[in-house]
Structures are given as structure tokens and as C-alpha cells.
Design a binder for this molecule. Structure first.
Ligand SMILES: *[C@@H]1O[C@H](CO)[C@@H](O)[C@H](O)[C@H]1NC(C)=O
Ligand SMILES: *[C@@H]1O[C@H](CO)[C@@H](O)[C@H](O)[C@H]1NC(C)=O
Ligand SMILES: *[C@@H]1O[C@H](CO)[C@@H](O)[C@H](O)[C@H]1NC(C)=O
Length: 605
């Protein structure tokens, strides 16, 4: 009954939202598809009809995936094996938010355009395999710096592999096999498997043929072995291979480990640098103490990796622990950094992980935090081994309320106000009593502004994609309501037990995020299906539904419709009143009149 009522109310809100939604000016993406179809689909294989310009109308097209089903903004195009013909398609520059393009197994020919990086600036996945593209691989591909996957297999590409591809630092898959490429393979690509380079005239690592070796010497070896007796040689080779193959993984692993903390070696010279501490109670430390406590930042001591950097566990001689964050990509001068640190060092609230100190060693910036023994909420919700009991509801509610309190404090009580921008279940840490502590607050400002924004949706991992408010990618503006959205996703995780990007409880062909799924269920008035089965029927159903309702209001697609963090906190506190979590809670002096602080522009100029 209560569920029914809530679903109807939610449906009403949704309908209202659709009606009041502003026009987002996404004619551009429609034009992209029109031009594409006109240029490569002479046989009309793509059944796209453009007689309906409402938002979301192109999202149902075959092969088209949108960022959001109600908005004509394309995330990816999957046009493999669609019978496309002609040259590289036109119009893609108008799909300006697209991150993935699959044109594999068609009959496309001609060159790959030399301005490809201007047409596909945010591309992370590019698959042009099994076509007939010819000419050279354009150097400009090296400017598509978000590329994770580049597949050019089975085309007619010729010439050298351009050295500019070394700029593709995020590349995890690369395949140019079965083309007519020649010359030396750039050393930056030698980490990929030899089979990905199978071309008649390529040489150098990872292939076994050296670029200087002559073919005659190779022939000599072959003849020599034949004379020596093929059978004996084969046996010897087999034995050697057996030994080498058995040893290789260990050796490779060691090399990789060395690679991973190589940065730590570069700061050894600065061992004597003092760690600046904000609290007198913490004993004086030098960089050397941090290095000892983390065994020179070895992989075994990594306890988390996120956009702002890698977190290490440091074990001190007295048996206590600290958490050390190695900050990534900070573009700030030492002076700016120090002043940011002294601001963050003075921020103290019960639901925030306290920053204890920091250390500048050459180019590296290390932050020292209090260690949280229970790890992240993400770990406790999704990665705990199955024998362990799932988090019970009262703990989840406690975590929700505490997190809301911390975030509301950052938005409304802290001076200067701090937007988090990266709220996810991974940055909510738990102390021994499961009191949640938000980490990573204040770090977004320290990072390269443009990259911080972009990396939220094109860092290739898509790990935090499920938390990014839909307006972020359109407006490039960080707002308090963006944090509210991300918090809403965390709340959905708590109530459903699902991960934000992958819903295990949904039908197999459902590809959307947790928010998409919740929207789908509520449209069909079966929202109760989303609640974590381990929580249902234990006298908490009313609270579960109330929390679901709060979560749904936080993830509304229009920022204006979402409540403020202060309101969210008040709502959740009311839900959990009977548990008395917030008895000693007088520290909170929020100013509701400050409830809607202004926006903060991420992109400078
Ligand atoms: C499509 O892209 C071109 C080139 O960037 C631009 O001039 C044009 O205005 C775009 N069209 C739309 C409808 O945005
Ligand atoms: C236009 O598309 C929308 C969304 O797909 C759909 O709801 C609507 O019925 C369509 N309108 C027409 C006239 O086909
Ligand atoms: C790649 O980017 C660099 C730096 O912005 C620019 O100078 C160069 O012309 C670009 N190359 C191509 C081929 O677009």
C-alpha cells in the first residue's frame, strides 16, 4: 500500500519533470547521426528515422547509446557489422559527448582522417577493425589522449606506426595486426602482445625480429639446427622453453612491482624532509619515517586508488597505523598547495577523515590521514567475502545519516564552503564503530581543473561514472546539487545493495546504471523489487521505503528539483530517529538560509 502510494507520487514527479524540462539544445547529436547515415549508409541498413525531435528520440535507435535515456546526447555508437559503405563517416564532430565508437566489420575504405582528434576529442574506445581503411595511421591519434582501446586490426594501413602514439598513456588495448605496416614499433607500444603486431614488415619489440638483423643470419640458424638433427634440437628447445616459461611470470611480476614504486626511489634523496603536522599530539616525522612505514610505498601497502591518487597503509613502530595519500596530477605551486593544506588541515568534523599533515618531496605531494580500520563502504557493501554477514539495516542507516551530516556540514557550515565533487561509496570510510568518515574532500580543487572534470567520465575506468550527475557533462559546472546526486546514488547502494554501474539483480540485457534501473522500476510501479533481499521483512520496510524516496529525490535529473544536503540530512535523521544515532550531535550549527550556495565553475576561463 505504502509502496503503491510512493510509486505513484514518484511517477507524478517524473512526468512533471519531463514536462518542465528545458531544451538542452542537443540538435547537434541528431545532426551527427543524420550526416553519418547520409555518408555511409547508401543501402539504408540503419533504420533510423528522424521525424521525432523530442529529447530521447534518438536513444532508442539501433546502435545508439545515450548518456541518459531522456536526452539526445550520445555516449557511444555501436555500428559493427551494419553493412556500412564508403569513407570514414561524416558528422562525428557533432556527437560532441561521445566516448566510444565501434565501426568494425563494415566495408569502409579510404584514409582515417588526419584531424581525427578534433572530431573525436573524448574518445576512449575506437574500433575500426575489419574494414578496408588504407593510407597511414594518422599522427593525430596521439592527441586522442583518453584512448583506452584502439583496434585497427585487419585493414589496409601502410607505413610506420607513428611515434606520437606514445602520448596515449591510458592505452590498455592496442591491435594493428593484419595490415601492411612496416618499420620499427615505437618502444611505448612494446608492452602489448606480439600477436597484436602481426604484419609482414614490422620489427622490434615485442616482436622477436630485431630491426637490424638480416634475414640471412636467421636462415643460417635454421639450417644449422637442421644439420644438428631436428629431433634433438626440438627436445632441447622444449626443455629450455619449459624452464623459461616456468620462471618468467615471477620475473615479470618483480619487474612490474619495481616499476610501480619507482617514483618512491626518486624521492629518496629528500628523505630528511620534515612532514608538516597540524596536530601536536602526533609525533614529529620525516619523509624517511613514512617510507619505512610503507616499505618504500610497495604495492602490498596500497589500500585504495581513486582519481585523486593512491592511498597507502603506513605501519608505525608503535603498532599504530596512518593512511598516506600520494596525490596525483597536482598543478599547483608549492605556495598554493601549502595554503590549501593549512585550510584543509583546520577542517574538523565528526564525519570527515581528518587530515593530519602533509609532505612535499620534489614533485611528489603526500598527505597524511588518520587510518580507518574498517575500510570503505564500497568494500563493506560489495566486496566483503560471502561468509560474512551483509551489513544490517541499522548500520546502513547510521552510515547514511552520518555521511549526509558530514556532507551537509561541508556545504553549509564550513567556511569556506567545500564541494566534494567525487562522492562515492569508495570515499566513505568506516571507523571501528561503523561511524562513516568522508575522505578526499577538498582535493578536487588541487587537481588539474580540466582533467578533474573530464576524468569523471572519460577516465576509461568508468568506475565512478555511476555517480556523476547528468548535468556535469553538459555544463562543466560543479554544484552542491552535483554532490547531492552522488550522495543519492550512495543511498541507493545502501538500500539496494547494488553497485552503481552494474545491477546484478536486473535482467541480463539491461545495460543501464543503478539510477536507470530505479527509474525503470518506478515507472513500472515495482520499485520494491529493488530493495536488498537481505533487508526485507525485518520490520524495517517503512524505513527502507522512506530512504528510497529520499534517494530518488536526490537523483532527479533536474538539479533544481533535488533537495539540498541540509534537507537530505534532516529527512534521514527523521527516518532514523528511534535509533538515537545522533544523540551527541550539538556540534552541527548549519545555516539553512545558506541552503543554496552558488555554483562553482570548474573550467577556468
Ligand atoms: C556540427 O559541427 C560543426 C563543426 O564543428 C559546427 O560548425 C556545426 O555548428 C555543428 N552543428 C550543430 C547542429 O551543432
Ligand atoms: C517521439 O519519441 C518519444 C520518445 O521516444 C515518444 O515518447 C513519442 O511518442 C514520439 N512521438 C511521436 C510523434 O512519434
Ligand atoms: C596535436 O596537439 C598538439 C598540441 O596541442 C598540436 O600542436 C598538434 O598540431 C596536434 N596534432 C595534430 C595532428 O592535430
Amino acid at each position: 500500500m505504502a509502496i503503491r502510494y510512493f510509486c505513484d507520487a514518484f511517477l507524478l514527479i517524473l512526468v512533471c519533470l519531463v514536462l518542465c524540462q528545458h531544451c538542452y539544445c542537443t540538435v547537434s547529436d541528431i545532426q551527427c547521426l543524420k550526416k553519418l547515415k547520409a555518408s555511409v549508409d547508401p543501402d539504408n541498413k540503419l533504420d533510423w528515422t528522424f521525424n521525432n525531435n523530442t529529447e530521447g528520440s534518438i536513444c532508442g535507435f539501433n546502435g545508439v547509446e545515450c548518456w541518459h535515456p531522456n536526452e539526445n546526447r550520445i555516449l557511444s555508437l555501436h555500428l559493427g557489422s551494419m553493412g556500412l559503405k564508403g569513407r570514414f563517416p561524416d558528422g562525428l564532430e557533432n556527437c560532441s559527448s561521445m566516448t566510444s565508437l565501434d565501426l568494425s566489420s563494415n566495408s569502409l575504405s579510404g584514409t582515417i582522417p588526419a584531424d581525427i582528434s578534433k572530431r573525436l576529442p573524448f574518445i576512449t574506445n575506437l574500433d575500426l577493425s575489419y574494414n578496408s581503411f588504407s593510407g597511414e595511421i594518422p599522427e593525430a591519434l596521439g592527441n586522442c589522449t583518453y584512448l583506452n582501446v584502439l583496434n585497427l586490426q585487419h585493414n589496409k594501413l601502410a607505413g610506420l606506426i607513428p611515434g606520437q602514439l606514445a602520448a596515449l598513456a591510458r592505452l590498455t588495448q592496442f591491435d594493428v595486426s593484419d595490415n601492411q605496416l612496416s618499420g620499427q614499433i615505437p618502444s611505448s607500444l612494446s608492452k602489448f602482445a606480439p600477436s597484436n603486431f602481426a604484419n609482414q614488415d614490422l620489427c622490434g619489440k615485442p616482436l622477436s625480429n630485431d630491426c637490424t638483423a638480416t634475414s640471412s643470419s636467421r636462415t643460417g640458424v635454421i639450417i644449422g639446427s637442421a644439420v644438428g638433427g631436428a629431433v634433438i634440437t626440438l627436445i632441447i628447445v622444449a626443455v629450455i622453453l619449459f624452464i623459461v616459461l616456468r620462471k618468467m611470470p615471477a620475473k615479470k611480476k618483480k619487474e612490474k612491482d619495481l616499476e610501480e614504486n619507482r617514483w618512491a626511489k626518486t624521492i629518496k634523496g629528500a628523505k630528511g624532509v620534515k612532514v608538516s603536522m597540524f596536530e601536536k599530539s602526533v609525533s614529529k616525522m620525516k619523509l624517511n619515517d613514512l617510507m619505512k612505514a610503507t616499505c618504500d610505498f610497495t604495492k602490498e601497502n596500497i589500500i585504495g586508488t581513486g582519481r585523486s591518487g593512491t592511498m597507502y597503509r603506513a605501519s608505525l613502530p608503535d603498532g599504530s597505523f596512518l593512511a598516506i595519500k600520494r596525490l596525483q596530477d597536482t598543478q599547483h605551486s608549492e605556495g598554493q598547495f601549502t595554503s590549501e593544506m593549512s585550510t584543509l588541515g583546520s577542517v574538523r568534523q565528526r564525519n570527515l577523515v581528518p587530515l593530519l599533515g602533509y609532505c612535499i618531496a620534489k614533485k611528489e605531494r603526500l598527505l597524511v590521514y588518520k587510518y580507518m580500520p574498517k575500510g570503505s563502504l564500497y568494500y563493506n557493501l560489495h566486496q566483503q567475502s560471502s561468509e560474512k554477514k551483509a551489513l544490517e539495516w541499522s548500520l546502513r542507516l547510521k552510515i547514511a545519516i552520518g555521511t549526509a551530516r558530514g556532507l551537509a556540514w561541508l556545504h553549509h557550515s564550513c567556511n569556506p564552503r567545500i564541494l566534494h565533487r567525487n562522492i562515492s561509496s569508495k570515499c566513505i570510510l568506516l571507523d571501528d564503530d561503523y561511524e562513516p568518515k568522508i575522505s578526499d574532500f577538498g582535493l578536487a580543487r588541487l587537481m588539474n581543473p580540466i582533467d578533474t572534470h573530464l576524468s569523471t567520465f572519460v577516465n576509461g575506468e568508468f568506475g565512478d561514472l555511476g555517480y556523476v550527475a547528468p548535468e556535469y557533462t553538459r555544463t562543466l559546472v560543479a554544484t552542491p546539487k552535483g554532490d547531492v546526486y552522488s550522495f543519492g546514488v550512495v543511498l541507493l547502494e545502501l538500500v539496494t545493495g547494488e553497485e552503481p554501474t552494474h545491477v546484478s539483480n536486473a535482467p541480463e540485457n539491461f545495460k543501464g546504471s543503478l539510477v536507470d534501473w530505479i527509474t525503470y522500476l518506478s515507472n513500472n510501479s515495482i520499485l520494491q523489487d529493488a530493495i536488498d533481499k537481505s533487508l526485507i521483512g525485518k520490520d524495517n520496510d517503512a524505513e527502507l521505503l522512506q530512504c528510497m524516496k529520499v534517494a530518488c529525490s536526490c537523483v532527479l535529473s533536474s538539479p533544481k528539483e533535488r533537495p539540498t544536503m541540509f534537507e537530505v540530512y534532516q529527512l534521514l535523521r527523521a527516518v532514523g530517529e528511534k535509533y538515537h544515532f545522533s544523540a551527541a550531535d550539538d556540534e552541527l550549527t548549519m545555516q539553512p538560509q545558506n541552503a543554496d550556495p552558488g555554483d562553482e565553475l570548474i573550467v577556468a576561463n
